[in-house]
Design a protein around this ligand. Sequence first.
Ligand SMILES: [Zn+2]
Ligand SMILES: [Zn+2]
Ligand SMILES: [Zn+2]
Length: 309
Amino acid sequence: MSYRISLNLVENGLNFISKSIETIDKPDEDLKYSLINLHAGIQLLLKEMLYQEHWSLIFQNVETADKNKLKSGDFISVNQDTLIKRLQKISGIEFDEQLLEKMDWLRKERNKTEHYHFVVTADVLKSNIVKLFTYFIPFIKTEMIETGYISSDDERFYEIQDYLNEFDEYVSERLELIQSLLSNKEIILQCPICNQETIEFTDETDAFCYFCDKKIENFTEQYIDSFVDTYSHVMDGGEDPLNECPECELETFLCLDEYQYVCLTCGVKPTQDDLTTCNGPRCNGKLIYRRDEDVADFCGYCTDYFKHA
Ligand SMILES: [Zn+2]
Ligand SMILES: [Zn+2]
Ligand SMILES: [Zn+2]
């Protein structure tokens, strides 16, 4: 007779998640555990799916898989990246792109709690958790409830959804309040901390988030890190989303929506109508300010080249 080892992954996973959002209003140090528990809980649920595929897959290194180690828990279990890849490639599970993004946010925040002073507030955490679960709840429904990993009348799952609804209402109410403050601002950027579109951006030293209700330090770096995909253009030969700024000449000039541009360093906010590309021989089509119609538009490099040619 073959026996099954029960790891209680689903059981523990749901308990971790439920405990995590239940304690979110506790102050400081506890908040950090809320984040750690949430991350752990989601990982456990996903590991269950992999475990059902084959138990050895929850070992980071499958060659070292060993039933005795599995029983004793004495092994390095699969990390988030590998876990998701195996679910996609081996189990054929589909992940929404947004869900992957939010899970990546959670992983990064969780790692920060180990290395840095913990600064996230309950509001910021709630805002992000609401966003994460907007995608994770449907995922649990299709991949875990309909497939029978979680019982459809599991009380904790309903409890978790109840908490989330409270957060959700709270977050929407705050956003509504903030909206009136933001309505007359030229450009609103997304906040790398709370993920809401609530940043009034003046320049790199002055980016104020109305949801976080504070100035965001190192905004330029954090924004590019979180939202600007400079990596895939290198991999797929696509266009770099960041251009050289016609004002300060730093490579932080970002096109927001085909029409509106903003420099994440000096804060200039020209539109497509204000810009044109240089036709000169040296720069490979730099973005420059459009001038009078009669004057040819060349950048500084190319103008210099003509002078010395
Ligand atoms: Zn914020
Ligand atoms: Zn600039
Ligand atoms: Zn040029």
